[in-house]
Design a protein around this ligand. Structure first.
Ligand SMILES: [Zn+2]
Length: 379
């Protein structure tokens, strides 16, 4: 496809979602469209490179260990045993328990991932505390002898990055990457807030301080090559939080979405989040990308639609019902039941009953802001 066609397609797709974008200027929208076009073109380029990339045969250590000693396995009570499983070419993921932090999961409930480079390993979101990090390290050693050379942290929430501490202890020179907003927010109080949350709920934070903050920054549109592995970074200005990065691993065609996507459980939004921004991000990813594997922050990874649709549909129901309630001058608690009725399949998601009303309230605040902005632009 020619660049101009791709550009106009993306631009019109973006312009049609104007409702969600009203807070952005046309220049910003166009700039974003151009960036996305660039990412798409690069993706195609790397796809063709893929054909000539030699198959990595270094990450086959697992097959040598036919029997893992039970004492040596990472087990969390009723949640069972956890290990890294091959999810894509050269990409290994350990899918954590899909529940909120508690004593039994010891603060492990995210999806740490390992990408095999030429001489070392790259880790995405190593987990929620120092002790979990040690166990993750031991599991990584079961799949490869290579050292960890880099770590990505997708956002500011401690359940994803507090385990940096264990990696830094073993590999003091490791590069840890995150968005500048993530580093700033974490250092300015968010790390302490999460330390409080996780120590109350899991009681397993010993050794986690002093925090091992990321020190290398990644910005929207940045392309980075680490140890022969190519990545393209997207920073949605406002989606799950304003600190998130979405990481495209181009060698394997894997997209790591962090908590912009969840499956099987809900988490929290905060004042830096935008539910409309999150919807827009997921819709654009659905329209414009064709990765082999999509990895949520929590819950099972998989193909595009099966992984993205449930959470995206949830957010869209919130937005629709929130708008109706706003138009009818109702409070969020009055329409809670209508949302529940539309999402019977979500009753089994962890945290649904607790988080949904908060999310509904949040989306209505966003609607109110958008409506007020509309009003004032008319005047
Ligand atoms: Zn999370």
């Amino acid at each position: 496809m020619k660049k101009t066609i791709i550009m106009s397609l993306i631009t019109s797709a973006l312009l049609t979602s104007l409702y969600a974008q009203e807070h952005k200027s046309p220049a910003q929208i166009l700039e974003e469209a151009l960036k996305k076009m660039e990412a798409l073109v690069d993706k195609d380029a790397s796809k063709s490179e893929l054909n000539i990339t030699k198959v990595d045969t270094n990450m086959t250590k697992e097959s040598n260990i036919t029997k893992i000693d039970d004492n040596n396995s990472f087990t969390l009570g009723k949640y069972g045993t956890f290990k890294f499983e091959k999810a894509n070419d050269n990409v290994y993921i350990m899918h954590g328990p899909v529940v909120s932090p508690n004593k039994e999961n010891q603060g492990f409930m995210n999806n740490p991932a390992v990408i095999g480079g030429e001489t070392g390993l790259i880790v995405v979101d190593p987990g929620g505390n120092y002790n979990v990090g040690k166990k993750i390290l031991a599991e990584i050693e079961k799949i490869s002898d290579k050292p960890i050379v880099a770590v990505f942290n997708t956002h500011k929430h401690g359940d994803h990055w507090f385990a940096n501490k264990a990696i830094v202890e073993k590999y003091p020179n490791v590069d840890i990457y995150a968005h500048p907003n993530m580093i700033k927010a974490s250092k300015e109080g968010e790390a302490e807030v999460w330390y409080g949350i996780l120590s109350r709920t899991t009681g397993n934070l010993d050794g986690t301080k002093e925090f091992a903050f990321p020190s290398k920054t990644l910005i929207d549109g940045q392309k980075i090559e680490i140890d022969g592995q190519k990545f393209i970074i997207q920073h949605p200005q406002d989606a799950h939080t304003d600190t998130d990065i979405v990481i495209a691993h181009m060698n394997s065609m894997t997209l790591f979405l962090g908590d912009n996507l969840m499956k099987g459980r809900l988490g929290s939004f905060d004042e830096s989040s935008s539910i409309f921004g999150n919807i827009e991000l997921l819709e654009n990813i659905k329209k414009e990308t064709d990765f082999k594997l999509y990895v949520p922050g929590h819950g099972k990874s998989g193909k595009k639609d099966e992984t993205i649709d449930p959470f995206l549909n949830y957010l869209k129901v919130l937005a629709e019902e929130g708008q109706k309630a706003y138009d009818d001058d109702k409070e969020s608690y009055e329409v809670k039941g209508d949302v529940m009725k539309k999402l019977p399949w979500m009753m089994e998601w962890d945290g649904f009953e607790k988080n949904m009303p908060t999310h509904l309230n949040k989306v209505m605040l966003e609607i109110e802001e958008l409506e007020l902005a509309k009003e004032s632009s008319k005047e």
